[in-house]
Design a binder for this molecule. Structure first.
Ligand code: UFG
Length: 340
């Protein structure tokens, strides 16, 4: 079976994708510098799949290490590139670190990819490229807005770099996946999200509040032009998202086209408000969640949810896991990591 490199394979989305790739029979090698992950994730992956992925710990900003890796691994057929910094607020505080971390490794990987005979490349992009779209649900043809953070900007630049590489080097085929809001964990609770410090994202903040790590959830604004006034997002189960990577990779590996670059939205197609997420969590956990409404968070858009027709029809991929399961798995994972 084809050998696949997964960068950032011990991270949240990366680890779930490694599991799904291994389940499909791929041989996986991971590169991760452990800057936002832990070696224990390797154990979690192996417990689920019964297979230990090859693991290489180094920083992809080290170009010579990237080159050495590829010299020894000329038989790589696919690269799924997750390794990147992802905190929007942080990126505003340290833009250069974000550009260095999210752009340089991508260039180094694509330089090596271009030297291989034939390789399929999946780039982790984000719905953040759309900003506040005028038309909902958002299709892939919606205009790309000026990025509202350096993080968002690195995703836009990353897509452009990947597209231009495919145009020039037809041995590199690529797909950029624009994720909406990934949540949840593997149902086994062997792997999940491990936020460092105070979580910035809604669901980990909710589960940490319910377990007593955080005092209460601050809901950022209830005066948005949405049904209940709170922001609307498209929350997708991380396992569905992981499967989208496998499907996209298989699509490229089987494609007979001589060159290939495409982008796909990966979401459920359903918008949910912050209050709906709280209610679902309360139903799943049988707990009352303490929260207060506070001011809007700067940079938040009112509503974003995907039109997934393109991924459904061209890739044959559809999100199947309900919101309830996603939140239940996140809660199970939270209880597991606290009681460890
Ligand atoms: N929210 C709260 N309280 C919190 C955290 C979040 O009310 O403590 C609200 C936010 O205001 C937003 C919603 O919950 O309305 C979701 O917020 P998240 O931070 O979980 O997710 P975002 O939609 O802001 O961000 C996600 C990804 C980013 C990506 C962005 C693109 O985390 O990587 O989508 O829109 F850039």
């Amino acid at each position: 079976m084809a050998k696949i490199l997964v960068t950032g394979g011990l991270g949240f989305i990366g680890s779930h994708s490694v599991v799904e790739l291994q389940n499909e029979g791929f041989e996986v090698s991971i590169i991760d510098d452990l800057s936002n992950s832990s070696l224990s994730v390797l154990d979690g992956i192996s417990k689920i799949t019964g297979k230990v992925p090859n693991f290489h710990q180094f920083d992809l900003k080290d170009k010579s290490k990237v080159q050495t890796f590829f010299k020894a691994n000329q038989d790589i057929k696919g690269i799924v590139h997750f390794a990147a910094s992802k905190a929007v607020g942080d990126s505003v505080k340290q833009p250069l670190a974000y550009y260095e971390n999210n752009v340089n490794p991508l260039i180094y990987l694509l330089q090596e990819a271009a030297r291989l005979e034939q390789v399929s490349f999946i780039f982790s992009s984000s719905c953040t490229v759309y900003g506040q779209a005028d038309i909902l649900p958002i299709t892939e043809t919606a205009p790309i807005q000026t990025a509202s953070s350096p993080y968002g900007s690195t995703k836009q630049i990353g897509e452009t770099i990947t597209r231009d590489t495919c145009e020039r080097h037809t041995n590199v085929k690529a797909i950029a996946l624009r994720y909406f809001n990934p949540i949840g964990a593997h149902k086994s609770a062997y792997i999940g999200e491990l936020p460092i410090g105070t979580p910035q994202n809604l669901v980990p903040f909710i589960t940490q509040t319910a377990i007593g790590i955080q005092k209460e959830l601050a809901v950022f604004g209830n005066d948005y032009p949405t049904a209940d006034g709170t922001c609307v997002r498209d929350y997708i189960h991380v396992v569905d998202l992981a499967k989208a990577h496998v499907t996209a990779l298989q699509h490229l590996l089987n494609s007979k086209q001589s060159s290939h670059y495409d982008v796909f939205n990966i979401g459920t197609g359903q918008g949910r408000s912050v209050l709906e997420i709280i209610t679902t969590f309360e139903n799943v956990s049988n707990k009352t969640l303490p929260y207060t409404i506070v001011n809007r968070r700067s940079g938040d858009v009112a509503s974003a949810y995907a039109d997934t027709t393109k991924a459904n029809t061209k890739l044959g991929w559809t999100a199947t896991l309900p919101l309830h399961d996603a939140i239940q798995s996140a809660w199970k994972w939270q209880q597991k990591i606290v009681n460890k």
